[in-house]
Design a protein around this ligand. Structure first.
Ligand SMILES: [Zn+2]
Length: 307
């Protein structure tokens, strides 16, 4: 069974300005690198559909969804937080990004794909139940997970987040939802300046010291994530895949390389083989310097599709 590659041209049209790191060129750089490495030959392309308000309201409040949709400008920009703004094309991109994870979920749970990579933007893991922040509007992965739980009736889903920043939005949405086990690593002391406090048994969020390097990351995966995940026995695994911990990305200081993204993905694929027939859905989050971003995604996707 082939893997799915889910994206949409609308995701390139969202633009927060020429100096903004979360730039439209990210998706083209990723596609080029996957093409050059021959990885797209092993994947079936799918257009991301637009998520519906009903689907979004499984992870966000209905009022938040309604208000964000109503604030979409026909021209100019609307600032939603100091780093995050909506232009005329933002809402459609955000709806496609969340729709991509819904599509991935449907494809995998109907046995039409074994794994999926969602090459989408805006990212999602900072978006809380009732707040857009940190370049994120809707929490794409959270919307997909609630679709798997509430529509497909899954009972146990894992959410892995290896972005250099803490996925505060996912933590906010899944706090207290015992159907979801969230396992993450993030660099301590970085935006959004939280995540170190344990907020419940379904959260295994490991803060890593600045410049701790790959060994600290691998120890966190082996000693904290995997024992919890094996005990949880997930029926489907989602990855909030941010690549901004790469040593060439100036957003963080953890010093990882492509080899670390390949390694962690191999660990997660082995976990998926043990518990859920190899079913893994990965969705792009951060990663801002185009060359290391695209090389890291290629290393991740290579392991994800076992090419
Ligand atoms: Zn990040």
């Amino acid at each position: 069974m082939l893997a799915a590659y889910i994206t949409h041209p609308d995701c390139v049209r969202h633009d927060m300005g020429p100096q903004h790191p979360e730039c439209p060129q990210r998706l083209g750089a990723i596609r080029d690198q996957l093409l050059i490495k021959g990885l797209l030959d092993h994947m079936v392309p799918h257009d991301a559909p637009l998520a519906t308000p009903e689907q979004l309201a499984r992870a966000h409040s209905a009022l938040y969804v309604q208000e964000l949709m109503a604030s979409s400008p026909t021209e100019g920009i609307v600032q939603v937080d100091p780093d995050t703004s909506m232009g005329p094309h933002t809402l459609r991109a955000a709806l496609r990004a969340a729709g991509a994870v819904i599509e991935a979920t449907d494809l995998i749970l109907s046995n039409q794909a074994s794994t999926a990579f969602c090459a989408v933007r805006p990212p999602g893991h900072h978006a809380e139940r009732e707040a857009a922040m940190g370049f994120c509007f809707f929490n794409n992965v959270a919307v997909g997970i609630r679709h798997a739980l509430n529509v497909h009736g899954l009972e146990r889903v894992a959410l892995i987040d290896f972005d250099v920043h803490h996925g505060n939005g996912s933590e906010d949405i899944f706090r207290g939802d015992q159907r979801v086990l969230m396992c993450s690593t993030f660099e301590k002391g970085l935006y959004p300046f939280n995540g170190e406090e344990a907020i419940g048994p379904n959260m295994v969020n490991v803060g890593l010291p600045t410049r701790s390097g790959k060994d600290a990351f691998r120890d966190a995966v082996l000693q904290h994530w995997l024992p919890a995940l094996d005990a949880f026995r997930p029926q489907l695994i989602y990855i909030s895949a941010g690549f901004d911990a790469h040593r060439e990305d100036d957003m963080g200081n953890l010093g990882w390389t492509e080899a670390d993204y390949e390694w962690v993905t191999e660990q997660l694929m082995a976990l998926a083989d043990r518990h859920c027939q190899g079913r893994v859905i990965s969705c792009l989050e951060g990663g801002y310097v185009l060359s290391p971003l695209s090389r890291s995604v290629a290393a991740h996707v290579k392991a994800l599709i076992r090419a």
